[in-house]
Design a protein around this ligand. Structure first.
Ligand SMILES: Cc1cc2nc3c(=O)[nH]c(=O)nc-3n(C[C@H](O)[C@H](O)[C@H](O)COP(=O)(O)OP(=O)(O)OC[C@H]3O[C@@H](n4cnc5c(N)ncnc54)[C@H](O)[C@@H]3O)c2cc1C
Length: 440
């Protein structure tokens, strides 16, 4: 067992090799004042800093390790316009007004990401050709059709394709149907985190790496966030630490269940093979419960998300599962040679929604991205900046929720471990009964 706080694994080499250089920002070594102190330099914290800076508000960002050290430097790279839950679940949970606002905002999340990339000239190897969501068995086709109808009614041109059209989009006969979602895309996650950091600094934010916040104390209406060799004194504090949350604020760490995610990367495919796999450049996932994402990166490597030990330190992913999946899906690739894997912690919450907590007057936490942080973390940063700037509640997409530490976290971990085992078994069963178009 290990926890995100003492995790020794590095950010993926395959991302670092093709990302702009690391920031090498200084550690905080003095006492400074800022209007806002932000803890955590992932998408949420950096987007908060950027949006505040663009509104003329100076923020000091404290990062315990380096920009992108958390999930933001380790994500698979899909920029997804949905929360973890289906749209009807969002509407039932948040009510018609806020639910529609949340759905619309998250639906526009990829546009926000790609607009920021363009505006600030970031080099993220972004591919904005949409996403494919395939039905992993015949029963799931209806759920994709429901999603397409929901969005078509709101003017987004989603479409479900089956038969030969699905085969042409994927480069495989494996799935009965596939939803083409034109709004999403893919990018190098670490490059995006570094790009956001550079944009925030250019706009006026101050960033400090190797600067773990160790205490937050109040003096009157102001807060002091302390590090080993310095402190930031500010009116507002934003905690944007997701799965990597430590014990800085009482109870916050216990509101999140960190879960390990893995991905594997192949040696570059030959140009001939590359043209046969996801030829339109979309990234593909399917409707099964666990780990199904697959894409061809801009450098021609195949990347797959893959199952692995959910809580163990130093563990490696189940490579045989990745190989089996690729053989089933793209038999033309033969035995793929894997030459890298990476892992990071996903911040799950009990209800699988992100949460914005007002921890005390002037202290906000935005955590629990549930594995959907590229678009939603960027949006949340804009949202939290809006709260600091005093924007009205009716403009916010997420309500302020009370902090609810899970009473007995070890038991919650066992429950999540049990749920993963159940999901593995259900996926195995579904795939055994699944639909594969017979060879002609
Ligand atoms: C394997 C994997 C695959 C994923 N794939 C996708 C995907 O394809 N698409 C998608 O949208 N999302 C994906 N995600 C989720 C996404 O990466 C996260 O939701 C997102 O990065 C969270 O961003 P964040 O800024 O909230 O937190 P993080 O990026 O985790 O940043 C938190 C930061 O806080 C710092 N920190 C913590 N405590 C302190 C402290 N006391 N002082 C200073 N700094 C501190 C940490 O060092 C860390 O850098 C994936 C995640 C993983 C792990």
């Amino acid at each position: 067992m290990s926890s995100p706080v003492d995790d020794p694994t590095q950010v993926p080499a395959v991302y670092a090799q093709s990302a702009p250089p690391a920031l090498n920002a200084p550690a905080l070594a003095e006492r400074i004042t800022a209007q806002v102190a932000i803890v955590g330099a992932g998408y949420t914290g950096l987007s908060t800093a950027l949006h505040l800076a663009e509104a003329g508000v100076a923020a000091g960002v404290l990062e315990g390790r380096e920009v992108g050290w958390g999930g933001s430097g380790r994500a698979f790279g899909q920029v997804v316009p949905y929360t973890k839950h289906a749209d009807d679940h969002v509407l039932a949970t948040f009510g018609p007004e806020r639910g529609e606002r949340l759905i619309a905002a998250v639906g526009g999340g990829p546009d926000l990401v790609f607009e920021l990339i363009a505006k600030h000239g970031m080099d993220c190897q972004q591919i904005k050709r949409g996403l494919l969501f395939a039905a992993h068995n015949a029963g799931s086709v209806a759920s994709l059709e429901r999603r397409a109808r929901f969005w078509q009614a709101r003017g987004a041109p989603l479409a479900v394709h089956d038969g030969a059209a699905a085969e042409a989009l994927i480069g495989s006969r494996y799935y009965p149907a596939v939803l083409h979602e034109p709004r999403g895309g893919c990018l190098n996650p670490l490059a995006y985190a570094r790009g956001l950091a550079r944009a925030a600094i250019s706009a006026g934010a101050r960033l400090f790496e190797d600067s773990r916040a160790t205490a937050i104390t109040r003096t009157g209406t102001r807060w002091t966030v302390t590090t080993a060799h310095g402190a930031v004194e500010a009116e507002h504090v934003v905690l944007a630490t997701d799965a990597y949350t430590d014990d800085l604020w009482p109870g916050l760490r216990r509101s999140i269940i960190p879960l390990r995610g893995y991905s594997m990367t192949s040696a570059p495919l030959t140009d001939n093979l590359r043209r046969t796999v996801l030829p339109g450049g979309e990234s593909l996932s399917d409707t099964r419960r666990l780990y199904s994402a697959i894409r061809v990166r801009a450098d021609g490597r195949l990347q797959v998300s893959v199952d692995g030990p959910p809580f163990t330190a130093g563990a490696t992913p189940f490579a045989d599962k990745a190989s089996r999946r690729v053989r089933q899906l793209f038999p033309q690739l033969g035995d793929v040679v894997w030459d890298g894997h990476s892992t990071g912690w996903v911040g799950m919450t009990a209800d699988q929604y992100p949460h914005v907590h007002l921890l005390a007057q002037g202290v906000i936490a935005a955590v629990g991205l549930n594995g959907r942080g590229i678009a939603i973390g960027t949006l949340l940063g804009r949202e939290v900046a809006g709260r600091v700037l005093g924007r009205p509640e009716h403009e916010q997409i997420l309500p302020l929720t009370p902090l609810k530490p899970l009473a007995i976290k070890p038991i919650a971990r066992i429950a999540v471990g049990g749920l993963i085992k159940l999901y593995r078994a259900l996926d195995r069963r579904d795939l055994a009964n699944g639909y594969v178009r017979p060879a002609e």
